[in-house]
Design a protein around this ligand. Structure first.
Ligand code: NDP
Length: 442
């Protein structure tokens, strides 16, 4: 049955390997749930859940600073709203096409369910590349993008957020345009500035949440983060705050990267320098060695997995750890991998981690802290209140502990103790499946 559903997904969505990969992993995990609940099979819950409720693809024309016109493609995949409004980020990166957005939107359904908050799954983005563009160019693009997206989203319908290439600057430009078009001030985007409806901790949330999840993994593995060496790929939003939290807890972070290469600093990565280079100056990670001459820069980003470490945090992009890199990590004694990026390990890499008893935290559970805090931002917007940093951080920590506990419980209930991939897929699926079943054939 699972094979037939996957075959249909491949036929309907040809040339979209990332989407096929994400669907295959979930279908394999949930097969025993479908056996346990014949009513889910009878009502074709699995066949329905792999088909987005709505897919919107649109033209985004914009003008650069020289007066040249460019035409980009924008999209929003509204995947599943059985448990709440569609929720998920927008990605601006040249590699964006429907297969990437569908894989991310599909994963988002289960991730959002795991948070325990009322959020459905969706994702969107564009093949626009903000890198190397002026602020004015980015603004013109964002305004054009929102000119179309505004008619499809709303605080009770679909609430986008950031992802790769979409940070506070882009959210600001898009929010301004939404407000102008709709003439309303609502919580329609999350990741907003603190003066206009944003939540404290949202910036740090995915990275901090990842480390809270990692702490639970380490506790069960009988290990301690204090004194452990950590490698964190990427140097964007997720990586920066994961590194910061690891250091606060006494770990030594020795390497991070961008899409051009990676740096190794055996004195411990100076996160403030990375923040200055990446968040403020928007420069390449290579520049780090100008500030810290003891550090080494290596061209090419994948080599980062050859750096010997206790804990690996893939925080850059999908499929960045392949079989070879996974084996290298294992051979070098790495005992824990927690995924901050979405689907950063290939299926072959995951198999190697599980086979070698590496404690493995899959993305849809381990990186759910970002969307969870977006959910908290929506709650604060509805109440027109702002919570303190400490209060929001405590909520985040509690949510991450709960996600770990429910993934662990599901893995044990279904006879796969320690396999959080299966556990997270099942725990997320069960919640959405119950809601879809209760709501009838729609
Ligand atoms: P950012 O745009 O802030 O940073 C992305 C980082 O990854 C950059 O350092 C970038 O380098 C690097 N990167 C991007 N593409 C590649 C590539 N093909 N190869 C190697 N490195 C690459 O994004 P985020 O930190 O927000 O997102 C990182 C990951 O985390 C993504 O998978 C995202 O989906 C996931 N995620 C993000 C959440 C969030 O709240 N932001 C929530 C949950 C998941 P460069 O600057 O050279 O492009």
């Amino acid at each position: 049955m699972v094979k037939a559903i996957l075959a249909q997904v491949k036929k309907r969505n040809p040339g979209e390997p990332e989407f096929h990969q994400a669907v295959e992993e979930v279908l394999e995990s949930i097969a025993p749930v479908l056996d346990k609940y014949p009513e889910y099979k009878a009502t074709k819950i699995a066949e329905r859940i792999v088909e987005p409720e709505r897919q919107i693809i649109f033209r985004v024309p914009w003008m650069d600073d020289k007066g040249q016109i460019h035409v980009q493609r924008g999209m929003r995949i509204e995947f599943n709203s059985a448990i709440g409004p569609y929720k998920g980020g927008l990605r601006f990166h040249p590699s964006v096409y429907p297969g990437i957005i569908k894989f991310l939107g599909f994963e988002q359904i289960f991730k959002n369910a795991l948070t325990g908050l009322a959020m459905g799954g969706g994702k969107g983005g564009s093949d626009f590349d903000p890198k190397g563009k002026s602020d004015n160019e980015v603004m013109r693009f964002c305004q054009s993008f929102m000119g179309e997206l505004a008619r499809h989203i709303g605080p009770n319908t679909d609430v986008p957020a950031g992802d790769i290439g979409v940070g506070g600057r882009e959210i600001g430009f898009m929010y301004g345009m939404y407000r102008k078009i709709r003439n309303e001030f609502t919580g329609v985007l999350t990741g907003k500035g603190l003066d206009w409806g944003g939540s404290l901790v949202r910036t740090e949330a995915t990275g901090y949440g990842l480390v809270y999840f990692l702490l639970e993994m380490l506790k069960d593995a009988g290990k301690n983060i204090k004194g452990a060496t950590v490698v964190s790929s990427g140097s964007g939003n997720v990586s920066i705050y994961a590194m910061q939290k690891c250091q606060q807890l006494g770990a030594k972070v020795i390497a991070c990267s961008d899409s051009n290469g990676y740096i190794v600093d055996m004195n411990g990565i100076n996160v403030k320098t990375v923040q200055q280079l990446k968040e403020v100056e928007r420069k390449r990670i290579k520049e780090y060695i100008k500030h810290h001459p003891d550090a080494k820069y290596h061209e090419g980003c994948n080599g980062i997995w050859n750096v010997k470490c206790d804990i690996a945090l893939p925080n850059a992009t999908q499929n960045e750890i392949d079989e070879k890199s996974a084996q290298k990590l294992v051979d070098n004694g790495c005992y824990a991998v927690a995924e901050g990026a979405n689907m950063p390990s290939t299926p072959e890499a995951v198999k190697i981690f599980l086979k070698n008893k590496v404690s493995f935290g899959p993305a849809k559970a381990a990186n759910a802290g970002g969307v969870a805090t977006s959910g908290l931002e929506m709650a604060q917007n509805s109440q027109r209140l702002s919570w303190t940093f400490e209060e929001t951080d405590k909520h985040l920590e509690k949510i991450m502990k709960n996600i770990y506990a429910s993934a662990k419980k599901a893995s044990e209930e279904y006879g796969k103790p320690g396999n959080l991939v299966v556990g997270a897929n099942i725990a997320g699926f069960e919640k959405v499946a119950r809601a879809m079943y209760a709501q009838g054939l729609i």
